[in-house]
Write a protein that binds this ligand. Structure first.
Ligand code: YXS
Length: 259
């Protein structure tokens, strides 16, 4: 049973995250279903994708499934982690992937919408970047998604506070492209997609790929890479990371010691 609903409307593929009882937490299963939907749409030569949650969702997605995070001694966001595989699938999709957001978005799901090509939201949308709450060192490709879209001070505030950014401020700082009335969210998003669909998808595909390649065009020395990996390992091997995961599961605030 798929955890997503898929439909085609006017040559656009709509993927609805449909595991609401789990607040659309990005479990490996949900991620597999999203990727399968993307693969099927690509085979059908559907060029424009809308990624959404069901009408009226209080939570668009609660982020990475915490219950699937390694408890310690393993990188929680390694290259083949399901969240990372999903983010690359969205970036590499040969056409625009538009996030349509009603409700709150957390952690890895916030990275997901920052990886989508555009974000259309209504006033219920809120965005929180939560690694510092979960004791997670995050990873460089994820941080780059935020650096490419937001002023670095805004990106740092999101990562350091892990607080929800409400829709109005999300529009002002550039997390979302358009803030629209709840009742117009779907029609506005479909109209935007319809406008795009009248353009050359061949041109758009190669322009999107150039944005992807250029936005990642950073060189980093092997020693800098290894130093960062060593620092990240200290975090996911730490008491704080283990404490944060345990505290989440025990529904209590984490007691960080900085070690
Ligand atoms: O008690 P049960 O078993 O029913 O489960 C509860 C929650 O444990 C569960 N749940 C989750 N399970 C796995 N992964 C999650 N991310 C997650 N979030 C929630 O869903 C059941 C209902 O949750 P509850 O009772 O808290 O619902 P609520 O309506 O009171 O509150 C909704 C939220 C979303 C405000 C609250 O659940 C929440 O704050 N969730 C955590 C959001 C979050 O911090 N996500 C980041 C996950 S870690 C991640 O994405 C990256 C690794 S990172 O952190 O690095 O960005």
């Amino acid at each position: 049973m798929s955890l997503v609903k898929v439909e085609v409307s006017e040559k656009m593929g709509i993927i609805t995250l449909n595991n609401t009882q789990k607040l659309n937490a990005l479990s490996a299963q949900l991620v597999d279903d999203i990727i399968e939907a993307l693969d099927n749409f690509q085979k059908q030569k559907i060029h424009i994708i809308i990624l959404r949650a069901p009408d009226g969702s209080k939570v668009w997605s609660a982020g990475h499934d915490v219950k699937e995070l390694p408890t310690k001694m393993r990188d929680p966001l390694s290259y083949y982690d399901s969240l990372e595989v999903l983010l690359r699938a969205v970036e590499e999709y040969p056409g625009p992937v538009i996030a349509m957001v009603h409700g709150s978005v957390y952690g890895g799901a916030c990275d997901l919408i920052m990886t989508c090509d555009m974000v259309i939201a209504d006033k219920t949308a809120k965005f929180a970047m939560t690694p510092a709450k979960l004791g997670v060192p995050y990873n460089s490709t994820g941080i780059l998604h935020f650096m490419n879209r937001l002023p670095i001070n805004i990106a740092k505030e999101m990562f350091f506070t892990a607080e929800l950014v409400p829709a109005e401020r999300a529009l002002n700082v550039g997390i979302i492209n358009h803030l629209v009335a709840e009742e117009e969210l779907l029609s506005f998003t479909l109209n935007l997609a319809a406008t795009i669909s009248t353009r050359s998808m061949l041109s758009i595909e190669v322009i999107k790929e150039q944005f992807r390649v250029l936005s990642k065009a950073y060189s980093i020395t092997p020693s800098a890479f290894e130093r960062v990996q060593g620092m990240r390992r200290k975090v996911y091997d730490s008491h704080d990371y283990e404490e944060a995961i345990t505290a989440f599961l025990e529904k209590r605030p984490a007691n960080f010691k900085g070690e």
